[in-house]
Design a protein around this ligand. Structure first.
Ligand code: C2G
Length: 715
């Protein structure tokens, strides 16, 4: 349907009410999605609570662009309920529609709603969650099915929200409907229940879609629903009591009780896992639960808790604790891993901590490498009084006297619980709660090019709760290694890291200073079974957030034309392929034996750096480390635009600041290698600026200095 075509709808004017509160990243899209509605007869009433200057600026400038927009000021600190009520006061339309300033609509949502409301007091559409800046809603004409919900009309609003409902203004005015202003949360319920109590049936049309943005950062940018749990519970209970008093009919009573019990079961119980949390809400909760009809309470756990809560706070706390233990145990029976987690949390962590045990892991146990390897090797020599436990996915041949444990085995959990020290270069699972006395050294694994955690906007990876999980996991780090000032600055912000930064360069890069000589290089080549008469191009790309089989298992499509490379470079060069440790598929290199070598499972990429003559990568942090060798670097960036602009975003202009050229095709790669000397000299100035900025702290002493900082000088 063309924009402006109102044949689908009636001519009714819609007043869209949008409270604006700290959503500078999203409000523009929200407003534009209203202004671009095909049903154009509308006014947009923006309520500015002045919580953010940036928001005020954005909405004032949007207002200048369209006369259908008005902005009204709300006193600072007032609630969203107050904002919506103010909007209602100014509304002049025949219909009212509420939208939040971080959400957005496909362009036909309002047209579909208004066409199907047909004289009824309200109509409801579908609310879809999305993690991204633009959701997809394909709506085909003529397929709309309107369902009338009569007895189950309350059921339509099980999320207790007025969003994506078109109300007739007259209905709101006649019944004096308004939002509670004294609560921050659940003010919708106080509007909805009376609205539903006065109507018989509510039509629902699923093609009218509303995109609700799933906010991915509850830590630095929480949405209202991600706010303090105690406050949410208190508000809910206050609204519950008021409505229970006001609407004695059976249906409403049942709806309210169900809401309370669902809330209790799904959220409160988890919140009470920290026993002290109960104190803040005990009394109002006790009184509220007393009002619930006994038939509504089902299940042994639940009944026992209901009885205890009526007795006394200490009785309830005791029962809550027992039940959590039982729940954990029951959960522990579900799989071997879950049983081990249970034992880790409730048994092993209660045993004494072993002061001289160090637990190490590198790249999720996949290899013996990176900074943990070099810390271990150094400590083996200089700190004989410690005992070492390495976690691997498979048994490995490693030097020294370390005990090896299989990752996620019973011994893995046992030693993690008992070791005083943890050394790792990536995150450890969230359920490994840190015990008192534990010291966790996080080496991390690269200078960042791609934006990290709290600097990321949309999350395209397999884990939608990435930011929250990362935050929780990184709270356990006591020390964090940093390779350069640039990384320190980013880590502080993007990881929200506030503890001690170890600013000595990367232990994993010492080898690039200590063993960068012909004898050692030849020995490595021999160990690797690589030809001694060929030059080596190491191709080490990174992973792509949106190409995966499942969580943690990513796939890689090789875009290099190996045939072309072999034909043009085969006489002089061989190619060593090295996939990122997240990549789960094996590359097919059959037919290229003697020219292409797959070193994806080789332990230590630093040794591959040493034997290679040229590094080729894309957006992997490997080039920051490789630059320590001052050898040529090429970037094969065939998907640069998508990677940089959609998936991750970068911290620097690779085109301008990178130490080598960006190549888009295999032909360009071949030409760059054929003319490697010319290329090298044309990038000399860039390279040396790059080296000075990123490799300045690395000088072959990082391991010693890092170890001594954490463990003191050897005795
Ligand atoms: N790596 C590797 N082989 C590759 C790619 C990476 O061995 N083909 C290793 C390198 O040690 C590299 C590290 O894994 O430095 C991190 O890889 P990146 O490709 O940079 O990607 P990522 O794991 O997302 O970490 O701050 C750094 C970032 O977090 C990047």
């Amino acid at each position: 349907m063309e924009k402006g075509d109102v044949t689908l709808g009636t001519k009714g004017k819609i007043s869209v009410i949008m409270p604006v509160h700290q959503t500078e990243r999203y409000v523009k899209q929200a407003v534009q999605s209203i202004m671009h509605q095909t049903h154009e007869i509308l006014e947009l009433i923006l309520i500015d609570d002045h919580s953010s200057e940036a928001c005020t600026e954005i909405i004032q400038s949007l207002k200048r662009e369209d006369e259908r927009i008005t902005v009204h000021d709300l006193e600072k600190g007032k609630t969203v309920g107050a904002a919506r009520n103010l909007g209602l006061k100014h509304a002049t339309g025949d219909y009212i529609y509420f939208i939040d300033s971080d959400d957005y609509l496909p362009e036909r949502t309002l047209a579909i709603l208004i066409e199907h409301v047909k004289g009824q007091p309200m109509i409801h559409g579908r609310v879809k969650s999305t993690g991204f800046g633009s959701g997809m809603a394909i709506v085909l004409d003529g397929l709309f099915k309107v369902k009338q919900h009569t007895e189950k009309r309350y059921h339509l609003f099980k999320n207790r929200s007025v969003l994506n409902t078109l109300f007739r203004t007259e209905y709101i005015r006649t019944h004096g409907l308004s939002f509670r202003e004294d609560v921050q949360h659940e003010s919708d319920l106080a509007f909805l229940v009376p609205a539903l109590a006065e109507t018989i049936s509510v039509p629902y049309v699923k093609e009218a879609v509303y995109f609700k943005r799933k906010r991915n950062d509850p830590i630095t940018e929480p949405s209202l629903s991600q706010a303090d749990e105690a406050e949410k519970i208190t508000d809910f209970l206050s609204v519950y009591h008021a409505l229970k008093d006001q609407f004695p009919d059976e249906e409403t009573q049942h709806y309210l009780d169900t809401q309370l019990l669902n809330y209790y079961r799904k959220e409160m119980v988890m919140y009470f896992k920290v026993n002290d949390h109960i104190d803040g809400v005990y009394e109002p909760l006790r009184v509220a639960l007393k009002r619930v009809h006994p038939d509504e309470v089902q299940g042994w756990f639940f009944k026992r808790e209901m009885k205890a809560i009526q007795r006394h706070v200490t009785a309830y706390k005791k029962v809550s604790k027992q039940h959590h233990l039982l729940r954990d145990m029951r959960n522990g029976m579900k799989s071997r891993r879950k049983l081990y987690i249970f034992l880790y949390q409730h048994v092993f962590s209660k045993l004494s901590i072993k002061e001289n045990v160090i637990f190490l892991e590198s790249f999720l146990g996949k290899n013996y490498s990176c900074s943990p390897k070099y810390m271990y090797a150094y400590m083996q020599e200089h700190y004989p009084n410690y005992r070492y436990v390495w976690s691997f996915t498979e048994k490995r041949n490693i030097p020294g006297n370390a005990k090896q444990v299989k990752r996620f085995s019973l011994r893995y959990f046992y030693y993690l619980a008992r070791a005083k020290y943890w050394i790792s270069n990536s995150r450890l699972p969230k359920y490994l709660t840190k015990r008192e006395g534990n010291i966790y050294v996080q080496n991390w694994h690269g200078t960042p090019l791609k934006t990290l955690v709290f600097d990321m906007e949309d999350i395209h990876s397999a884990d939608p709760n990435y930011k929250k999980s990362f935050y929780e996991q990184s709270r356990r780090w006591d020390y964090l290694s940093s390779p350069n000032q640039y990384s320190s600055d980013i880590f502080r912000r993007a990881f929200q890291f506030e503890k001690e930064m170890l600013e000595y360069g990367y232990p994993r890069n010492d080898i690039l200073y200590q063993q960068n000589n012909p004898t050692d290089i030849q020995a490595f080549k021999t160990k690797m079974n690589l030809p001694l008469d060929k030059k080596i191009v190491l191709y080490a790309p990174t992973w792509r957030d949106d190409e995966f089989f499942s969580r943690g298992k990513y796939k890689f499509n090789l875009q290099l034309d190996l045939e072309l490379l072999q034909e043009r470079l085969g006489k002089e060069y061989i190619i060593v392929l090295r996939m990122h440790y997240f990549i789960a598929n094996q590359l097919d290199i059959s037919g290229f034996e003697g020219f292409v070598y797959d070193f994806s499972t080789y332990d230590d990429i630093a040794e591959l750096y040493l034997v290679s003559d040229i590094l080729m990568t894309d957006y992997s942090s490997v080039f920051f480390d490789y630059a320590n060798l001052k050898r040529p670097i090429l970037f094969f960036t065939y998907d640069l635009d998508k990677y940089r602009d959609t998936l991750r975003g970068f911290y620097m202009y690779l085109e301008k600041e990178g130490p080598g050229p960006l190549l888009m095709t295999s032909e360009e790669v071949v030409q760059a290698i054929e003319n490697i000397e010319t290329m090298t000299s044309s990038y000399a100035a860039n390279y040396s600026a790059f080296y000075n900025r990123f490799c300045h702290w690395d000088n072959g002493q990082a391991t010693k200095r890092t170890v001594e900082h954490v463990f003191g000088e050897p005795k």
